[in-house]
Design a protein around this ligand. Structure first.
Ligand SMILES: [Cu+2]
Length: 289
């Protein structure tokens, strides 16, 4: 009896300690800004879309955590409440039906999926809303394995032609990567095109990526809101040097952006430098035969 009592109080102390430790961890980590943004890169204000995207991500996690805690709690409760007692033999009842319970756990997940779908769709529509009259249009051309940027700003058309950087791991090689310049607080439309195979345009800190498909133009619309340097990369396995298909992003003041544009050659590097035969021409030729 006395030994059982001691075990019981030791168990209670352990549970209390665990609860306290969990609460302390939650309170301490809850204070950090990193946690509040769900460990996402960049900040809420990096672009005009990052606040909405961050909220969708963080709120989805909160909902998932709430469901997870409830589920784990019920599982633990079942394990404890229905554990094998001393002297019990054989198996407990193996089948049981509870129609109201079964209806509930069919409907509740459907509602949860519906709620996630609703908010995801809402944010997606808002993020993909086209700019009526963007300040800057960048025609981005992905190619094995670099990037060309065509800027069209204020009636001025200029381009930057990127070449493969061949990263060796040595210092300074990153400086040879193509750099995309963007003016802060100006609306930008990226027209995304590929010169050969499928690539994907991704600036992780902007929380947006989009496939670049040969023969088709996809778009991203946003306004950069914070000056700074960011990383850009290809997010679609596109061949041997896919992992080196990187670029730098510099968000600068409007004046700095105008100064930068003046250093670039005038003109536009369009479809004429695409490597593969245009898919549509190919189809037409076959149909004509
Ligand atoms: Cu690529």
């Amino acid at each position: 009896m006395s030994s059982q009592k001691r075990t019981g109080s030791r168990g209670q102390r352990a549970v209390k300690g665990m609860v306290l430790a969990t609460a302390a961890a939650l309170v301490l980590t809850g204070c950090s800004e990193q946690v509040q943004r769900g460990w996402l890169p960049g900040s809420r204000e990096t672009t005009s879309n990052t606040a909405e995207l961050t909220d969708l991500w963080v709120n989805s996690w909160i909902a998932a955590l709430a469901v997870g805690l409830l589920t784990w709690g019920l599982m633990l409760w079942c394990m404890v409440a229905y554990r094998r007692r001393k002297g019990e033999t054989g198996y407990p009842r193996q089948l049981a039906y509870n129609i109201p319970l079964e209806i509930m756990y069919t409907i509740v997940p459907l509602v949860m999926v519906g709620v996630l779908f609703f908010y995801t769709d809402q944010v997606q529509r808002s993020v993909d809303e086209p700019n009526e009259d963007p300040d800057l249009v960048v025609d981005v051309r992905g190619k094995q394995w670099a990037w060309d940027f065509n800027y069209s700003y204020d009636g001025d058309e200029r381009y930057f032609a990127g070449t493969q950087a061949h990263l060796t791991g040595e210092d300074g090689v990153r400086d040879t990567l193509p750099t995309l310049y963007l003016p802060v607080d100006q609306s930008v439309t990226f027209e995304l095109n590929s010169r050969d195979v499928i690539h994907s345009f991704w600036i992780p800190a902007f929380l947006q990526k989009r496939d670049m498909i040969p023969g088709r133009t996809t778009e991203i619309h946003l306004t950069p809101q914070e000056e700074g340097s960011f990383d850009g990369k290809c997010a679609e396995l596109c061949g041997e040097y896919h992992s080196e298909m990187l670029f730098n992003v510099e968000v600068v003041s409007e004046q700095e952006f105008r100064d930068y544009l003046q250093t670039l050659p005038e003109g536009h590097l369009g479809d004429e430098y695409d490597r593969n035969i245009n898919l549509h021409d190919d189809v037409t030729a076959t149909e004509g035969d």
